[in-house]
Design a protein around this ligand. Structure first.
Ligand code: DC
Length: 247
């Protein structure tokens, strides 16, 4: 037996990870939740981490361009994700002991998140925290750079997109269903601004990984998208022999 330590033995990288990236409103969140439930996998909602940093910054009166102070917030972020029985909101989010599940979902919180997410020191501060979500039996990771930066070894990378109009309409419906008053036109403009910012920043810009499966859901119902992604996930896991195959 070699006495060279296996440096990978205790790292979570060998846990199967499915990376789902794409722009705001592409349906990543819903697909991630359904896929994780179907496979019994954990979920990483990486956007929530950036939203929480924005929220913590507002709470502690730190400017959204103060990269060093924001990176310190990111490193010390006192956050808790608590599983619930609510299919719509399967994770209750707590920041410094306070429930902020709804507060982080507002459009303003998304805009703040996009602003802090441009900053390389903030992104670096979150990398290990995100990788630590990879625990057995597996992880579905939702974000912008899951396949390109955080989980480059993911067994499956999906890039989910849709037209800006379709995404604005979906977001509008989602927020309305949650009782949050928004205008469709404002949401459309906000989605365009966020796309522009997330795709054109220097640090980890939103783009498909070279080995990602591209899914344009503009004309697809959520059930169709989910069926396609689940089939791809099962095929990938079959190759990795980590789930039971039908006899
Ligand atoms: O997925 P979301 O809408 O909750 O993400 C909010 C913002 O956070 C998004 O506009 C860009 C940023 N983000 C990011 O830069 N990298 C990620 N992995 C996830 C989100």
């Amino acid at each position: 037996m070699s006495d060279t330590p296996d440096v990978n033995a205790s790292t979570p990288q060998r846990v199967p990870v499915i990376a789902i990236d794409g722009p705001s409103g592409s349906g990543k969140g819903a697909v991630t939740q359904r896929l994780a439930a179907a496979l019994g996998f954990h979920i990483l909602d990486s956007g929530a981490l950036y939203r929480l940093i924005g929220l913590a910054a507002r709470k502690h009166q730190v400017g959204l361009a103060d990269e060093v102070a924001l990176a310190a917030i990111a490193r010390q972020l006192d956050v808790n994700f608590v599983a619930t029985d609510d299919a719509e909101e399967p994770l209750q989010v707590e920041l410094e002991g306070e429930t902020v599940t709804r507060l982080i979902r507002t459009d303003a919180a998304g805009t703040d998140a996009s602003a802090v997410a441009r900053l390389p020191l903030v992104r670096d501060a979150l990398i290990q925290r995100q990788r630590d979500f990879a625990r057995a039996p597996g992880l579905v990771a939702d974000g912008r750079d899951m396949g390109t930066v955080v989980f480059t070894d993911a067994i499956l990378k999906i890039y989910l997109t849709a037209s800006a109009e379709a995404r604005a309409e979906r977001r509008y419906k989602q927020l309305k269903d949650k009782g949050m008053g928004v205008s469709l036109h404002d949401l459309f403009l906000s989605i365009q601004t966020r796309d522009e910012q997330d795709m054109n920043r220097a640090a980890a810009p939103l783009r498909p990984a070279a080995d990602a499966l591209l899914v344009d859901s503009t004309e697809m119902a959520l059930d169709e998208v989910f069926a396609l992604v689940l089939a791809a996930a099962r095929a990938s896991l079959g190759l990795a022999a980590t789930v039971d195959q039908p006899a």
